[in-house]
Design a protein around this ligand. Structure first.
Ligand SMILES: [Zn+2]
Length: 468
């Protein structure tokens, strides 16, 4: 089954065919480094890490180039540095380092290139000069603006009409703009803000031109996949397309546009005032990174995802079950199971891929011989690989050794204690049944049920799961 991906540009699921199968190219918009990344920022990082792993599997590791930028010049950065009383460079360096620690904890591979905006100012200036020369941009009062009227294709990604675009972009109405929808490519910088010399005076780039210049430098004018969150479709990605295609004489920019859905927290839009704002670091204090990753992949990337503590606990218990089953088994080497691959080939259907991992878990748990156990354990490990899951040593997971002891949260300690307690209850119930004390056995079962723990008696003994 070939890889199919939903393309925002055509609003259809399409079979993926790279421009050059020996050089598959993907660009994903990275973080603006002014503060700890929030859990919503983790979603594209994890989703496109799975796609990167899948592309490397299909085309070979040497034939995939993944670029994810770091935006280290931005008005939000300037404002945060001022608020902290911190040097701008110190702030961006510190925040980029924290972001890397977060992505590592979430078990994401590093991109092949991680360009920084401040290291590509010359490329941005050159692209802006080309846009002015081709009549797609103009200088006005030390600003350079992109002329939306000069681009007949403008709006093709977001499928919006002009009024919606102006409303959606919340564009500043400035007297020097020819059209309200025109957006900034370059703007003047006062002496106390970061700035670079340019043909239009000392200034700094607009956000959109950064990605156009960095993707051109590292992937060329046309490449295969461009990804990011749904909130970036307009205006950011629409503007990237306009800049890049107009600067390249109309050559198509990215061919497949992929967008992950919104993330809510505890049923509501995340906001500091709602009290449901969670950084990745907060989440890593509640659970191991693998559990956060698993929780994220339990939802399909295009669907909205509600980040709840229940989802996180479900992920932790799920991983407990997998690692319990893998405990003490020498997994036989295995190819990626077809059933897992098929799920991911279908527009990165990670919930289905996870369901397939549970099928493999069922096979492993009912296997009778050492050889069968080794075989199913091997398939399970191989299936987990593309999702970036189930690669740890079982004991390390079960004992929580991979977590920094200083960072083990109460929730993790609680679940470890609770699991031991449930195992003990199951043993006591079995003992009661063996002595025909059925009243006591029933009492234990009911007691657990009241706590949301369901016991299931099978040929292999008693297992448990959470209710619902
Ligand atoms: Zn971007």
């Amino acid at each position: 089954m070939p890889l199919s991906l939903h393309n925002t540009l055509t609003r259809k699921k399409e079979v993926f065919a790279p421009i050059d199968a020996k050089k598959v190219r993907m660009y994903v918009c990275g973080p603006t480094v002014y503060d700890f990344a929030h859990i919503g920022n983790a979603r594209p990082v994890i989703v496109f890490d799975v796609l990167y792993r899948l592309l490397r599997h299909v085309y070979g590791e040497a034939h995939v180039r993944y670029v994810r930028n770091i935006t280290d010049v931005d008005d939000k950065i300037n404002a945060a540095a001022k608020a902290n009383g911190e040097n701008i460079r110190d702030l961006t360096e510190r925040t980029a380092k924290e972001f890397h620690a977060d992505t590592k904890a979430l078990l994401c591979l590093e991109p092949d290139v991680e360009p920084r905006a401040t290291e590509h100012i010359a490329e941005m200036i050159a692209m802006i000069e080309r846009l002015i020369a081709s009549g797609h941009a103009y200088e006005a009062e030390k600003h350079v603006l992109f002329s939306v009227q000069a681009d007949k294709d403008y709006g093709k990604l977001s499928h919006r009409n002009r009024d919606e675009m102006i409303a959606g972009a919340r564009v500043e109405v400035a007297p020097y703009k020819r059209d309200a929808a025109d957006f900034v490519l370059w703007k003047p910088s006062p002496d106390d803000l970061p700035g670079w010399d340019s043909p239009w005076g000392r200034g700094r780039p607009g956000w959109h031109i950064e990605c156009s210049a960095m993707s051109e430098k590292h992937l060329g004018p046309s490449f295969d996949i461009h990804g990011g969150g749904l909130d970036l479709i307009f205006p950011h990605h629409e503007n990237e397309i306009a800049q890049s295609e107009c600067a390249h004489g109309g050559a198509p920019f990215a061919r497949y546009w992929l967008h992950n859905g919104f993330l809510m927290v505890e049923g509501a839009k995340m906001s500091k005032s709602e009290g449901n704002f969670r950084t990745i670091r907060d989440v890593l204090g509640e659970a191991p990174g693998e559990a956060a990753r698993f929780a994220m992949l339990m939802g399909h990337y295009r669907d909205p995802l509600d980040w709840t503590s229940e989802r996180l606990m479900q992920a932790i218990y799920g991983l407990d079950r997998f690692y319990m089953a893998l405990r003490g088994i020498d997994a036989a080497p295995a190819a990626i199971p077809v059933r897992v691959l098929e799920a991911l080939d279908d527009d990165l259907n990670t919930p289905l891929a996870i369901a397939r991992l549970y099928e493999l878990l069922g096979e492993l748990n009912t296997a009778n011989t050492t050889a069968d156990k080794a075989r199913w354990a091997g398939e399970l490990r191989a299936g987990g690989l593309l999702l970036g899951l189930l690669q740890q040593d079982s004991e390390a997971w079960l004992q929580g050794e991979t977590i920094d002891p200083n960072e083990i949260s109460d929730a993790v300690v609680k679940r470890l204690e609770e699991r031991d307690w449930i195992d003990e209850q199951i043993r006591l119930r079995l003992a009661a049944r063996q002595t025909k004390n059925f009243a006591e056995a029933d009492r234990i079962r009911t007691d657990l049920a009241l706590k949301g723990i369901i016991l299931e008696d099978g040929p292999k003994g008693t297992t448990w799961r959470r209710a619902g």
